[in-house]
Design a protein around this ligand. Structure first.
Ligand code: XMP
Ligand code: MG
Length: 203
């Protein structure tokens, strides 16, 4: 099992911020809101890999109007957990979005740098409309002005894992969202502040 690796703390010891049930209920509400806002239209959902993959898959099924989905991936330069402001596209959309109603789907809006970059990029493709949906929003961390049109939950300035979100690629498969901590007996060999390479794939 991925989360029982001795090099990583057990998720079961970490505080649950939002349960599976709370997430499902909120996703249903956002899906209903989007369905009402786009009645009679088709939508292209564009997820930001990898963190948004699970939120997108649930959201797509909670939206009643026609929708297709696509994915982008970005990389950023800087240490783990910090955005440097330099964001680079490493996987573009597969299909044209000109004239389409697009919703960019993110796992978490933090400094705002990633979505600010992606928003600018997507607008160059001339969609009919462009909105942003994020599962989580950490407004305290914003470095550039950025608001999402659909927000699952606002959270305080804490590092979270689960429901697609990772620490060093671990914990994405958790069904609930938890506050990451390494205060467990499983933390032997685990370095919380270990640095990533200077060029890392975001997710
Ligand atoms: P910015 O800062 O550009 O970045 O808004 C958003 C991206 O940063 C990552 N991020 C997190 N990932 N737990 C995570 O697993 C967190 O608490 C967290 N905060 C930011 C994430 O990849 C997001 O897409
Ligand atoms: Mg992400």
């Amino acid at each position: 099992m991925a989360n029982s690796s001795p090099a990583f703390p057990r998720a079961s010891g970490m505080e649950v911020l939002f349960s599976k049930t709370q997430i499902a209920e909120r996703v249903r509400e956002i899906g209903a809101q989007i369905s009402a806002d786009y009645e009679g239209k088709s939508i292209v959902l564009i997820g930001v890999l990898k963190g948004a993959a699970i939120f997108l898959s649930d959201l797509a099924r909670a939206i009643e109007v026609n929708n297709t989905f696509d994915f982008v991936a970005v990389s950023s330069y800087g240490p783990a957990k910090m955005s440097s402001g330099i964001v680079k596209l490493i996987k573009d959309i597969d299909n044209p979005i000109e004239g389409k109603h697009v919703i960019l789907v993110e796992d978490i809006l933090d400094t705002g740098l990633t979505l600010s970059y992606l928003r600018g990029m997507m607008l160059q493709h001339k969609p009919a409309s462009l909105k942003i949906a994020t599962c989580l929003d950490k407004p305290a961390r914003r470095l550039v002005p950025m608001d999402a049109d659909y927000v699952g939950f606002q959270i305080p300035n804490q590092f979270v894992i689960g429901y697609g979100m990772d620490y060093a690629e671990q914990y994405r498969n958790l069904e609930d969202i938890r506050i990451f901590s390494d205060n467990t007996t499983q933390s032997v060999g685990f370095q919380k502040n270990r640095s990533r390479s200077s060029h890392s794939v975001e997710g």
